[in-house]
Every structure is written in C-alpha cells, then in structure tokens.
Design a protein around this ligand. Structure first.
Ligand code: ADP
Ligand code: MG
Length: 237
C-alpha cells in the first residue's frame, strides 16, 4: 500500500518518458527500480518524490493522495548519485540538517545524529568535513542524513553509481543492513542487474517508460515475463 503509482504518464515535448505506469510498492519493502539507461527510472522516482509533476495519473503515499503535494510535504528522504553535502558543515551537522530546519529540540537531534552515525560506522568522523571522507563514507553519510528525518519513504537514484566496484558492493550491503535495521519503505534506482538481484526484496523492471515486470529476484530470474526481461537480466556472471 505504501506507494501507489496509478496510471502515471509523463511527456517531454513529444517524447513519452512514462507511458501509463501503475505500480504498488508495499510498506517496509526494499524495492529496486531496474532498467536500462533512458528507461524512465529517474523520472518515475522524481515524480514519486514530488520533484517533478506527472502529466496524468496519481501518486499515493501511505494512503494519502500526494499527487499535488510539494516534495517537502511528502516526508521523503533522498539519496542521489552525486550527493550534495554542505561542504562547510561537519558530518554531524550534515546529518542533523533536516532535523534543524524542522526545529527539532537540540538534545533530540544530537541523540538521533549520534545513533545514525553509529549505525553507518561514522561516529569517529562526526566532526570532520565531508571533503575529508572517502566516496563510500560520504554516501553512508548521505544515507544517515536521509534517514534522520524519519521519512516514511526513502528514495535513492543510482546512489552508488559513481563509486568503484568494490565500494559499490560494500554499500549495497550497507543499504541491505540499514534497511533490516530501519525498515523504511525504500525504492532505489539502478541499471545494474546484479545490484538489484542481490539487494532487493522486489524488483520493478522498467523500459521505454513502461513497466515490464514486477517480482522477487527469484520470480524474475525463474519466470521472466517477456523477452526483454529475460535478455536484460541475462546470465549474471
Ligand atoms: P533513466 O533514469 O532510466 O536513465 P530518465 O527517467 O532520466 O531515464 O529519462 C527517461 C527519458 O526521458 C530519457 O530518454 C531522457 O532523455 C528523457 N528525459 C528525462 N528528463 C528530461 C527532460 N527534463 N527533458 C527532456 N527529456 C528528458
Ligand atoms: Mg536515471
């Protein structure tokens, strides 16, 4: 129930980026939005986030019609590929940011930030600047920051795409572990089949602005709905 996308279409000029897309993402699930480049993944994620408006269709989040709600009222946490940290703020202040702008009491903010930094193993880096972190550490900080506001939905767009293979694999495990610890309804975009198959509870395959299949990694692998899904998943080596 948690995220309901109903008959969403989006055009850029004449180009149909999303073509009558409907999909349900259950509460507490870790879902991968998987597909080739240009398939419409980011557009769909941005529409769920409220960063972009659909031309037609409807978005419900937690049983509430969010179609016309601005992003800041959707209680959504984001992580992007190129994470925009506040360069002049410490790691702790970066994580605290969403809480501070919501005027959360200081002691409560401090507790929450401490707890999150511990969770992503960055407590010893609390006072550093983001520039003093590695790429992987910075994305862990981004995860902590997105979770700080206790979002009802966590959205990640190719969160590990800019990192090298080893760190990417590490962060995959982090995402899985964090999700098991804090089971926020999560959608992460990836074009990496292996990433989706290894991490997600359920995979939504999207191509050319249409949903090709929704299923668990096993279902997709054992029973691809069509030739596209079969060839896209391919034999993972
Ligand atoms: P993905 O994230 O799966 O790679 P996107 O959702 O970013 O795909 O884009 C889907 C298609 O829509 C692409 O062909 C892209 O070029 C096009 N597109 C996305 N955003 C815009 C935009 N603001 N203006 C024009 N075309 C866009
Ligand atoms: Mg994209």
């Amino acid at each position: 129930m948690s995220i309901e996308v109903s008959r969403v279409s989006k055009l850029f000029g004449d180009f149909v980026a999303l073509d009558d897309v409907s999909v349900s993402i259950p509460t507490g699930q870790l879902t991968a939005l998987l597909g080739p480049s240009g398939g419409g993944k980011s557009t769909l994620l941005r529409i769920i986030a409220g960063l972009e408006q659909a031309d037609t269709g409807r978005i419900d989040i937690e049983g509430r019609d969010a179609t016309r709600l601005p992003a800041r009222k959707r209680n959504v946490g984001f992580v992007f590929q190129h994470y925009a940290a506040f360069k002049h703020l410490s790691v702790a202040r970066n994580v605290a940011f969403g809480l501070e702008i919501r005027k959360t009491p200081k002691d409560q903010t401090a507790d929450r930030v401490h707890e999150l930094l511990k969770l992503v193993h960055l407590e010893q880096f609390a006072d550093r600047l983001p520039s003093q972190l590695s790429g992987g550490q910075r994305q862990r900080m981004a995860l902590a920051r997105a979770l700080a506001i206790q979002p009802s939905v966590l959205l990640l767009d190719e969160p590990f795409g800019a990192l090298d293979a080893k760190v990417r694999k590490e962060l995959r495990d982090w995402l899985r572990r964090l999700h098991d610890e804090i089971p926020v309804t999560t959608v992460f975009v990836t074009h990496d089949q292996e990433e989706a198959l290894e991490v997600a509870d359920e995979i939504v395959v999207i191509n050319n602005g249409r949903i090709e299949q929704v299923g668990s990694p096993d279902e997709l692998y054992d029973a691809p709905a069509n030739y596209f899904v079969m060839s896209f998943l391919g034999p993972v080596t």
